[in-house]
Write a protein that binds this ligand. Sequence first.
Ligand code: DGL
Length: 260
Amino acid sequence: MSDAPATILVFDSGLGGLTVFREIAAARPDARFVYVADDAGFPYGNMPEEALITRIVHVIGKAIVEHAPDLVVVACNTASTLALTELRARFKVPFVGTVPAIKPACAQSVSKRIAVLGTQATVGREYTRALIREFAAGCEVALVGSPRLASFAEAELAGEPVADADIRTEITGCFIETEGRRTDTVVLACTHYPLLLARFRAVAPWPVEWLDPAPAIARRVADLLRDVPPTASSAPPRIVFTSGRAPSPALARALKPYGF
Ligand code: DGL
């Protein structure tokens, strides 16, 4: 067996996948990480489906050739709910996707009223509706598609603050109360959203559980790589932007805590 470190490719349309990357890096700190941000295609939430599948297969295919990963994490709900089947059919490497955590949300909800907050594309997809049919029996699910939150998260990382009122507008649809029954759990179904969690908590009309699937994804990755023994490697992670841009000074500062 080789004693080379495991190589993990983490992919997103932008920087939302950092919320997944940080959990995986904590679970497998020995791995060699390559983070690919398809910022030239951002936001995915507004792209027609056929064009998006072609794009995702192309960008990930190129990254697989360049970096020969042991595993690919599609740290993007908008991409996973659309292209996972195609990716698995095309490439041999194992894929771990990021899809709305509807099953655990319904299981933990006491009021049995949850919301799924994602891009408009993710909440509109048949993949998401199938998850609801399969796992949400006895639970009311509000699908809330946000056209702007992913861009807000990118702006905040780049040092451009977003107003509370703008954030409140995007999340308001999650909060439903009728006959004394309120939403008590909100699924963060876009990997950008945990970056805004403190802001969500500050403007929410009442406290709820915000369900971030990243820890569960990290457990899945660790499980799939259990046969690749940890090495003593401490190679710094790499980040690649498909636009070829160099991060601005503000973004470079925001990336530092992630080790980039
Ligand atoms: N981070 C992506 C997701 O999890 C989406 C952002 C976008 O490109 O619209 O859905």
